[in-house]
Design a protein around this ligand. Structure first.
Ligand code: SF4
Ligand code: SF4
Ligand code: SF4
Length: 354
């Protein structure tokens, strides 16, 4: 007798991933919900988790959200390339607005200008440092979205905005490593799921951002920075984590410089089990580790990413040279460190130690 496996639905995703503190808040489940148009599933940013609308019942034969989740099924990694460069944007305005060389903004500006993509799903912040997903369609919107935010945004939920609401046919997706993995999962399960299929075939370019973790908005911004440290958040113009230090600036004044162990309690639980530092599923990964201040570290990971990268050099959007071997070593060390930390945390949880 063949025993059919019972189809899993949202409540299983809740029980196995979200309630267990494993959710990366990538937004993939929300974007691929079969009843997306009816607002079944959304991200509750106060609770920082996906939630089903009050009183709604999922159809018993559904479960797109469950099978889409990169924390349920790890997507298969197919290595194409790993070419590392030290990069700087040539445009003064981009360099001034962006962190560390402006490579992300410059690559996106090139992709928009050349018609490789029609829009870019990315993140802007408001004056309270609350992040919001946006679809940038020109250089000035890209510049507004430049810089790291360090609090969670479910970037994959921006895909329906770009594709359904704006009717775009080709978009760039900028996000954290988990969001790149969430997208990859859309590609692999996409054939059977209408939303995932549409979205996966519309994302042309994936730019992943190096990530050591994101922090609860309430905990980091309101709790730690505003209340504990007395910082007026609306005056903060820049925040950076580099070399294990958090730096908070207001213009050229440095308001705070602390070891990141100070903010560790506010790190999202889902980030503690994460093993990917460098966005392995992106076409191009970008960060600030391994290159001097004012430069971006860029890893070209796919042949398509290589075409975009070389096009951006040819058209004068970026200048690039191979990264110094000591810089590549730093990046590899961080990749290894995060992988080990994620595995160790999973083992601690399995053993009931946390
Ligand atoms: S995909 Fe299906 S099971 Fe999941 S939340 Fe939407 S309706 Fe419910
Ligand atoms: S990791 Fe992503 S897909 Fe999985 S539950 Fe969280 S938001 Fe949804
Ligand atoms: S640490 Fe991992 S789960 Fe957390 S935001 Fe970064 S990539 Fe996503």
């Amino acid at each position: 007798m063949v025993i059919m496996e019972e189809k899993r639905v949202f409540k299983d995703l809740e029980r196995e991933v979200i309630d267990k503190g494993k959710c990366a808040l990538c937004g993939g489940c929300v974007a691929t919900c079969r009843l997306l148009n009816y607002g079944y599933l959304s991200v509750d940013y106060d609770k920082e988790r996906p939630v089903i609308g009050a009183g709604l019942q999922c159809p018993p034969d559904c479960g797109y959200c469950y099978y889409q989740c990169p924390r349920v099924n790890k997507p298969q990694l197919e290595h194409e390339l790993e070419e590392m460069y030290e990069v700087v944007a040539t445009d003064d305005e981009i360099r001034e607005a962006a962190q560390d060389g402006g490579a992300v903004t410059a690559l996106l500006a090139y992709a928009l200008a050349e018609g490789i993509v029609e829009g870019c799903v990315t993140v802007v912040r408001d004056e309270h440092w609350k992040p919001h997903i946006t679809v940038a369609m020109d250089k000035s919107s890209l510049i507004k979205a430049a810089g790291s935010k360090y609090t969670p945004t479910a970037a994959l939920t921006g895909l329906p905005d770009a594709i359904i609401d704006r009717g775009l046919w080709s978009v760039a997706l900028v996000g954290t490593p988990c969001q790149m993995a969430g997208y990859e999962q859309m590609l692999s399960v996409g054939r059977d799921t209408h939303n995932a299929h549409n979205f996966a075939s519309t994302v042309r370019l994936r730019i992943g951002l190096f990530c050591m973790g994101t922090y609860s908005y309430e905990g980091l911004i309101n709790g730690y920075l505003a209340t504990e440290r007395g910082i007026k958040i609306s005056e903060v113009t820049d925040m950076q984590i580099s070399d294990n230090m958090l730096h908070v600036y207001s213009g050229t004044d440095e308001l705070l410089q602390v070891d990141i162990s100070e903010i560790e309690p506010y790190k999202r639980d889902g980030c503690r089990v994460c093993e990917d530092f460098s966005a392995l599923f992106a076409d191009i990964s970008v960060g600030n580790n391994g290159t001097p201040e004012g430069k971006s570290t860029v890893i070209v990971r796919s042949y398509f990413g290589k075409d975009v990268f070389e096009g951006a050099i040819e058209r004068g959007y970026i200048e690039a040279k191979p990264i110094d071997p000591s810089g590549a070593e730093i990046v590899h060390r961080l990749m290894e460190r995060k992988k080990k930390a994620g595995i160790a945390e999973k083992e601690r949880r399995k053993a009931g130690l946390v």
